[in-house]
Design a protein around this ligand. Sequence first.
Ligand code: SF4
Length: 162
Amino acid sequence: MVVVGVDPEKLDEFCKEAGVNLAPAVGNVVRSVKFCPGNALCTFGLQDAIGIAEKLKKFEGLNLPSKMKIAVSGCPNSYTEPAVRDLSLMGTKDGFTIFVGGSAGRKPRIGWILAEKVKPDKAVELVEDIIEFYRANAKKGQRLGDFIESIGFEEFKKAVLG
Ligand code: SF4
């Protein structure tokens, strides 16, 4: 959710009244998780994008070697553009497809498909393993996709899938 037009001096009061927590939009951290309505509100939805995004919010603000954009889409229509985000989950009828290392902007890259048909709880565990491995091993300033390229996708996959 993006809120505009709030007086910065009244931001804390606004968040308290609206019952929202602010998530980071800048810096070398896990950024605010982007998600679509998923099967809770969209007739095309195949998975609960809102529910899993809520679980992923615990990673927001975590310091990393570079920024990390996480996206969740409830189906392959991909409204949150999972193929070009650092780490993302795309719903299918059998679970989530996990993309890693995608990027938009100046150096676009389609992410690698790390795993398919992943059940929601397992997907959250996998996100945690990916973040931990990246945090412990990437160089400062290296986005996830650059890190994967530097060690090779197969090595990365072996490390995070065990
Ligand atoms: S990505 Fe799929 S589930 Fe999400 S809003 Fe678009 S059509 Fe609906």
